[in-house]
Design a binder for this molecule. Structure first.
Ligand code: BTN
Length: 330
């Protein structure tokens, strides 16, 4: 079945219905305001209904918007979004996609500008860090954002830390959960994994040409939705709060925090990001194992340094710094 695409005129009609704030609006008044025939109004209402909008219609009273679907539709993401550029350009929305990161990388390589966003309601081959997969059924947020910061490749991991602090701040604000970060950028609540970030870069000489920032957040998944092997490790906003959250305001909050952190990084460098990251840090002072470059190191996690490296007081080797790796508690 061909999916009706809500075009510009449909979006404008939606704007009229929203301004009606749940009141009945006659077909005649809508056709006047939109300068289109009543049949055309009826067609656009049909397009909105097939996108999941609940719109009551009555031959006498006209139309009434009853419910906006909790789908991350581009025009809904933009509606009320308080950013200057992030999420302001093209937003590609897919009901289902293999991986938003793969799609975004292809777009970035073809020249898509900074701020382009790819969103999927579900992913069939969601990718995690270190070659792992990312469980991505409906009910989560799965997005990839294209950015083009003027940085060297070795600065790229700092961007992943920056994203983690922005997402943690947005989720804390919206859910009041004590979201924490495990290095480098796992989002945790009470030790359970709530979300993850996968950044991938394209390079040109010694500069970053583009970066794809991929984010997955478990929002309305129930504990029983996770496969048995993930159940002890993963969590979701719903599992932690017992409530279903509308994903749209969460997503807008994430984009707004991200833009703020990105601008701050451009103005002031990594120091403020580092300070914020330290406030969210899960594991400072804890005994951990770091797996990096095929080796395992155990010791006390001390901090992240001015480059975003993890600093570990290793039991046998003294202080060590890690650029990348996987941390677990011992
Ligand atoms: C991790 O392993 O912690 C990172 C998980 C990142 C998952 C997100 S979901 C949206 C984007 N597209 C992908 O294929 N992966 C990232």
């Amino acid at each position: 079945m061909k999916r009706p695409v809500a075009g510009n005129r449909t979006e404008q009609l939606l704007g009229c219905l929203k301004r009606g704030q749940g009141r009945w609006l006659s077909g005649e008044s809508l056709s006047r305001e939109m300068q289109m025939s009543r049949t055309a109004v009826w067609k656009h209402v049909g397009a909105l209904k097939s996108e999941g909008y609940l719109i009551a219609s009555s031959p006498r009273k006209g139309y009434r918007l009853q419910e906006i679907p909790d789908r991350l539709l581009p025009w809904e993401v933009r509606d009320g979004l308080q950013t200057g550029r992030i999420g302001r350009g093209e937003i590609r929305h897919f009901p289902r996609l293999a991986s938003t990161n793969l799609e975004a990388k292809a777009l970035a390589a073809a020249g898509a500008p900074e701020g382009t966003l790819v969103i999927a309601e579900e992913q069939t081959a969601g990718r995690g860090r270190r070659g792992r997969s990312w469980f991505s059924p409906p009910g989560g947020i799965y997005l990839s954002l294209i950015v083009r910061p003027d940085i060297r490749p070795e600065e790229a991991p700092r961007f992943a830390l920056l994203t983690a602090t922005a997402v943690a701040a947005a989720l804390r604000e919206a859910t009041l959960l004590e979201v924490r970060i495990k290095w480098p950028n796992d989002l945790l609540v009470q030790g359970g994994k709530l979300g993850g970030i996968l950044t991938e870069i394209g390079m040109e000489m010694d500069r970053v040409e583009y970066m794809v920032v991929g984010l997955g957040v478990n929002v309305n998944l129930e504990r029983k939705d996770f496969p048995p092997d993930l159940r002890p490790l993963a969590t979701s906003i719903r599992a932690e709060t017992g409530r279903i959250f509308s994903r749209l305001p969460l997503l807008r909050g994430i984009l707004e925090e991200f833009e703020g952190a990105y601008d701050e990084y451009r103005r002031e460098g990594f120091a403020p990001v580092r300070r914020r990251w330290q406030n969210f840090a899960e594991m400072t002072g804890r005994r951990v194992t770091v797996r990096s470059l095929g080796e395992t190191f155990t010791g006390e996690a001390l901090d992240i340094d001015a480059d975003g490296f993890l600093v570990l007081r290793e039991e046998h080797r003294g202080t060590m710094r890690f650029f990348s790796g996987d941390v677990s508690y011992v």
